[in-house]
Design a protein around this ligand. Structure first.
Ligand code: ATR
Length: 284
């Protein structure tokens, strides 16, 4: 379904200044010779409904959606994808038959990144430990369950939030507070930080990986810095690690395909482009 002509897409958020999505999609537009465009548009919460209503009229094939609009867009567009329904948030909007459809590709981005980082990874029968119980955790729980993990331990600063989320996803998901971190680590084949702890400008994630097997895979959704303290500690213990940048790159793939008709590839060249941009920010 290769599309022709001047397709337009964008990313919306409030604020939107720091989004790297235009760099990613711009790279692919050029690489595949598509005469389209991808821009960032700041949309205030009070203007979101109108923006969606006018999207096709304004010539957009669709958009990416980022903070703080993902949950609201979920309520405003048609969602038929089961995983997206489970996540309850939309990060990719496209048009089909004159209708706006919503998808959540964060889970897809997570699992694609994990599998391209650790080629031998197979979720079946595995136990995962997730730190955090927010929107990112929700997308990752949904995809891991679909991919066949046997058990997920959700560890959160506010245990009640973890319990509420665990309850929604059924009996494979269990909730804990930070005080049970080390007993959960003992069981984990996969450890994922889904909080912003460890990100540049945020507090550190205070964790000791002493009780984690050195065979367990450790991954962080934080990608600034690329190598977080969590990943550094894991690497020095001999654990396989996967950084968070690949999730950002892979989650962009389905949107590009919907809007521009080509399924793009996540390559080392694309990754380097974003790494260079992250470094530019550090210098400022
Ligand atoms: P997102 O949608 O990006 O996941 P979110 O819904 O705000 O963001 O969730 C943020 C997660 O990071 C939550 O699990 C939050 O813990 P609480 O539920 O206890 O708030 C966690 N988090 C954020 N800042 C934290 C901090 N300083 N210490 C511990 N956990 C933190």
């Amino acid at each position: 379904m290769k599309k022709t002509g001047n397709q337009k897409a964008c990313v919306i958020g409030w604020p939107i200044k720091h989004s790297r999505s235009p760099l990613i999609h711009g790279f692919w537009l050029e690489k595949y010779g598509v005469s389209g465009s991808y821009e960032k548009i700041a949309v205030a919460p009070e203007n979101l409904s109108q923006f969606l209503k006018d999207m096709s009229k304004n010539g957009f094939q669709g958009c990416n959606v980022t903070i703080p609009h993902k949950e609201k867009v979920f309520k405003e567009v048609f969602v038929n994808d089961v995983l997206t329904k489970r996540i309850g948030a939309v990060n990719t909007v496209f048009t089909e038959g004159g209708e706006l459809l919503g998808l959540n590709t964060d889970g897809y981005g997570f699992i694609s990144n994990l599998k391209s980082g650790v080629k031998s990874w197979n979720s079946a029968g595995k136990s995962a430990m997730i730190i955090g119980a927010g929107g990112a955790a929700r997308a990752i729980i949904a995809i891991l369950l679909e991919d066949g993990v046997e058990r997920i331990d959700l560890v959160n600063r506010t245990p009640s939030r973890a319990s509420a989320l665990a309850k929604e996803f059924g009996d494979r998901v269990h909730a804990y507070g930070f005080d049970e971190m080390s007993s959960c680590l003992r069981k984990a084949d996969l450890l994922i930080n889904t909080t912003s702890l460890g990100m540049t400008g945020q507090p550190p994630l205070e964790i000791s990986l002493e009780s984690l097997s050195s065979l367990s895979v450790v991954t962080d959704i934080v990608y600034d810095p690329l190598e977080t303290d969590l990943l550094k500690q894991a690497k020095s213990n001999g654990n396989p690690t996967v950084d968070g940048l690949g999730m950002l790159l892979h989650q962009a793939v389905p949107g590009f395909e919907k809007w521009f008709g080509i399924r793009p590839e996540v390559t080392e060249e694309l990754r380097q482009l974003i790494v260079d941009d992250l470094m530019k920010d550090d210098e400022q």
